[in-house]
Ligand binder design. Structure first.
Ligand SMILES: *[C@@H]1O[C@H](CO)[C@@H](O)[C@H](O)[C@H]1NC(C)=O
Ligand SMILES: *[C@@H]1O[C@H](CO)[C@@H](O)[C@H](O)[C@H]1NC(C)=O
Ligand SMILES: *[C@@H]1O[C@H](CO)[C@@H](O)[C@H](O)[C@H]1NC(C)=O
Ligand SMILES: *[C@@H]1O[C@H](CO)[C@@H](O)[C@H](O)[C@H]1NC(C)=O
Ligand SMILES: *[C@@H]1O[C@H](CO)[C@@H](O)[C@H](O)[C@H]1NC(C)=O
Ligand SMILES: *[C@@H]1O[C@H](CO)[C@@H](O)[C@H](O)[C@H]1NC(C)=O
Length: 769
């Protein structure tokens, strides 16, 4: 510790007192405060003129007027020293002069001395501010020169040692002005030197330093924070004046296009921005977009269609809520992006339908144009048709197509085509449109009528009524309308030398064929006509069909007995020798029936006989034979009536009457069947049954040689006879006058009902000898 000897400062002061004689003198010491214990103050014994050696004897003592015993005396040498540290500020506070008194008392004799001890200030206290931090709010609109009082600093020291000046840290806006109060204390005022700008600096932090005048000087600081208060001195500012955004079309409502960000350096309402359309924003834009006044978001409100507008200019203003706010504007340029939202459109410019079925390949059916409102690939359209139609699509130039035939058409196969045209754009995903072009194929007379059967066969019972329906023919023509309108006719020809038209007629409209006359099987067994069907096209087409008409037999002919010939219109006569044995062939009745088949199959029966026991008739052959030997008793004249009956339904009959005369002369031997002597010449008398089985033969003529070649029958078979018919063969001429001929021509006519059967080949029988 740096102690100063206070002795030099001691001042003897002799004060004469009139109040108390005991008080001899008064001395005064000045010592600085804060001395250490034992620090020398002064030699009080010497200063009072007292004998040091007798101090104890005179009971030297000091009585302090202070509460504390700051000072003490060494009785050995009479030195006054610091007993306890003295703090001037504690003792006297801010009193500029500080002292305390001591009473010195000595006895023998009693003497009183008064000692004044002045405590000198030492600069041991620094100035200090009541707050370590001092906040000041100043509006940014404050004008330069404005003054703002600052808190004063305090210093416990006094005088020179107390606050003597203030200093402000370096800053751009403020200076201080230090002023002295009437009591001499100093205070500082803050002076605004240059204008404040809250937006640039909102808080100014400075350090205010208070300095005392001590030596060494002491100082104290405080933080001065100047908060700049806002004034609405700033307009909002967009971060850009022009924004460019891209928005896909058809963006759903509520899509945020852009979030505008205007900033206002002011605060509070002064910086609270509301956004809105600028006054000159077009109505269209206001319909499509909405501006959120609070957030500055521009959202989609309507339908953004690229095809209507590719670009929108949105003018937006921003304005703060402060007083006399100024609006600022910005422009948002919205580029609408195309989305593949338009279907390709197909336009049939010209359609030539119906197309004639004979149109050559390459005939133009339709001209097609396509378009797509989208742009780019979204509007790039490709067209196609199915491959399986006889049409092709040719692209004449971009987006134009022609539909042409690429093959011959046939209306009868496909009368109508639905050609589906698919137009597809190249967007992702692609959109397509289908359009069906109905192509009608019109008829050309390119098909002849066709009869339902390649040929017709008609069976007609003879003796039909004139006008009877024969058959109905029907043809079909696959063409349409006039080209399929048919009329029927019978082609000219002749039947047995007569024009066909005298036999049959046809209804030209419906093909019904009628007989014009009554046919006779025995006259005309079959004939053919050719019917033509012809359409009404131009040129017309026709086709022919052959109709074979077969006249069927009816049992309309009575059997005719040809032998033995009636002698005289009444009865035939035969002679029988009485000597013959039983079984003698008397004669043979031969009858003919002009009908055919069963209608001409004859049976023979005895109808009447003079003596029924004498003669019999073979049922099938008509041979009359003796039943027993003749006797003398038998009458010489026997009458026999034989019934000849055909097999028709009902059957027709004839009778043959024979008068048999029994004679006594020896009989000529009659040849018998099966007799080896029976010669070929006699074959003529035979009725042969020829059983022929025809299987599958298509031959129309069949020569049958009957051994040993004497008879030749010609079977004239129609192709159909093989499958259906029982052929009945007869000689050409049934006349008995032609019988003497070894070669017989026989025509065979088909009869119904039997696939294979028996032909009875009937040769004329020689008259019975
Ligand atoms: C004042 O400035 C000081 C120092 O920078 C800082 O610590 C304090 O928080 C400020 N006070 C205010 C109210 O801003
Ligand atoms: C607005 O702009 C300011 C300054 O550029 C930025 O600090 C702020 O984050 C932005 N706000 C939005 C919502 O973009
Ligand atoms: C074509 O389309 C029409 C109408 O849908 C339909 O009536 C007709 O039957 C179709 N023709 C063909 C050949 O598919
Ligand atoms: C039909 O017959 C007639 C006469 O014989 C002939 O002129 C014509 O060519 C035939 N028509 C057909 C299609 O056969
Ligand atoms: C045949 O009859 C006629 C009369 O009808 C008769 O004149 C003639 O004599 C008869 N002849 C015989 C051979 O009986
Ligand atoms: C048999 O008759 C045919 C025709 O009727 C004739 O051509 C032929 O010469 C005759 N034959 C005999 C041997 O009389």
């Amino acid at each position: 510790m740096d102690l100063r000897r206070a002795g030099g400062l001691c001042l003897w002061t002799w004060l004469a007192t009139c109040l108390l004689d005991l008080v001899l003198a008064q001395i005064r010491y000045s010592i600085p405060e804060e001395l250490e214990h034992g620090a020398f103050v002064g030699n009080i014994a010497e200063d009072l003129g007292l004998d040091v050696d007798r101090l104890t004897a005179r009971r030297f003592r000091i009585v302090s007027g202070a509460r504390r015993q700051y000072l003490e005396v060494n009785l050995e040498n009479g030195v006054l020293f610091v007993n306890e540290r003295i703090d001037r500020e504690e003792l006297c506070e801010q009193n500029p002069s500080c002292s305390f008194h001591l009473q010195v008392v000595v006895e023998n004799p009693l003497e009183l001395y008064r000692v004044e001890v002045e405590i000198l200030d030492v600069n041991d206290n620094s100035p200090s501010f009541p707050w370590s931090e001092f906040n000041l709010d100043i509006s940014e609109s404050a004008v330069p020169g404005s003054r703002f009082p600052l808190e004063s600093a305090q210093d416990a020291d006094v005088g020179e040692n107390s606050v003597s000046s203030y200093l402000l840290s370096v800053n751009g806006h403020f200076v201080i002005d230090v002023q002295t109060r009437s009591d001499g204390s100093k205070f500082a005022e803050l002076i605004l030197e240059t204008p404040l700008d809250r937006e640039r600096q909102k808080l100014h932090q400075m350090v205010l330093t208070a300095v005392d005048g001590g030596s060494p000087e002491r100082s104290g600081t405080t933080q001065v924070n100047v908060t700049v208060l806002d004034a609405n001195d700033n307009a909002p500012v967009f971060d850009q004046s022009f924004y460019r955004v891209r928005l896909p079309e058809n963006a759903p409502k509520g899509t945020v296009v852009i979030r505008l960000n205007a900033s206002d350096l002011d605060e509070g309402p002064n910086g609270d921005i509301t956004y809105s359309f600028s006054g000159h924003a077009p109505v269209k834009v206001r319909e499509l977009f909405a501006v959120d006044s609070r957030t500055g978001e521009i959202k989609v409100k309507g339908l953004v269609d690229y095809e209507k507008a590719r670009m929108h200019e949105i003018y937006v203003q921003a304005k703060d809520k402060g007083p006399s706010g100024v609006a600022v504007h910005c422009k948002v340029l919205v580029s609408v992006l195309d989305v593949n939202d338009n279907l390709p459109e197909v336009i049939l410019t010209s359609v030539s339908t119906p197309v004639q079925e004979d149109a050559p390949p390459g005939t133009v059916i339709a001209v097609i144009s396509v378009m797509d409102l989208d742009s780019g690939e979204n509007g790039n359209v490709d067209c196609e048709i199915p491959h399986h139609v006889p049409f092709q699509l040719h692209s004449s130039f971009r987006n134009y197509y022609t539909l042409v035939t690429c093959d011959f058409l046939d209306r009868e196969t496909v009368p109508e085509y639905n050609v589906t045209l698919t137009a597809r754009d190249m967007g992702t995903p692609p959109l397509f449109t289908r359009k069906t072009i109905a192509v009608q194929v019109s008829d050309v007379n390119d098909n002849a009528p066709r009869f339902k059967q390649p040929s017709y066969t008609v069976y007609l019972m003879e003796n039909n009524a004139p006008g009877a329906a024969l058959c109905s023919l029907s043809a079909h023509d696959t063409d349409s309308d006039q080209n399929a309108f048919l009329s029927y006719s019978i082609l000219d020809g002749s039947i047995q030398g007569m024009p066909v038209s005298t036999y049959v007629s046809i209804n030209s409209d419906n093909g019904n064929v009628y007989a014009l006359r009554s046919f006779d099987h025995e006259q005309l067994r079959n004939f053919q006509i050719v019917v033509q069907a012809r359409d009404a096209g131009f040129p017309p087409m026709a086709s022919n069909v052959t109709v074979s008409v077969f006249v069927l037999d009816q049992n309309d002919n009575v059997p005719i007995v040809v032998s033995p010939a009636p002698q005289n219109g009444s009865a035939a006569a035969e002679t029988v020798p009485r000597s013959v044995d039983a079984g003698y062939l008397v004669t043979k009745i031969t009858a003919l029936d002009a009908d055919s088949g069963q209608n001409s199959r004859l049976f023979y029966q005895v109808l009447q006989a003079s003596d029924p026991t004498l003669f019999s008739v073979a049922l099938y052959t008509g041979e009359i034979r003796t039943v027993r030997r003749l006797t003398e008793k038998d009458a010489a004249r026997q009458a026999l009536v034989v019934l000849v009956k055909d097999n028709g339904q009902p059957s027709l009959t004839a009778t043959a009457s024979i008068i048999l005369s029994l004679v006594d002369s020896a009989p000529e031997l009659a040849p018998d069947l099966g007799d080896p002597a029976f010669g070929p010449e006699d074959s003529a008398s035979l009725t042969l049954y020829l059983i022929v089985s025809l299987e599958g033969t298509k031959k129309s003529n069949l020569d049958i040689q009957i051994a040993p070649g004497k008879y030749c029958y010609k079977l004239c078979l129609t192709p159909e006879s093989s499958k259906s018919d029982f052929m009945f063969l007869k000689p050409y001429s049934p006349s008995a006058s032609t019988v003497r001929n070894n070669t017989k021509r026989v025509t065979a006519q088909p009869a119904r009902g039997v696939r294979s059967g028996a032909w009875r080949i009937t040769g004329p029988l020689p008259p019975m000898r």
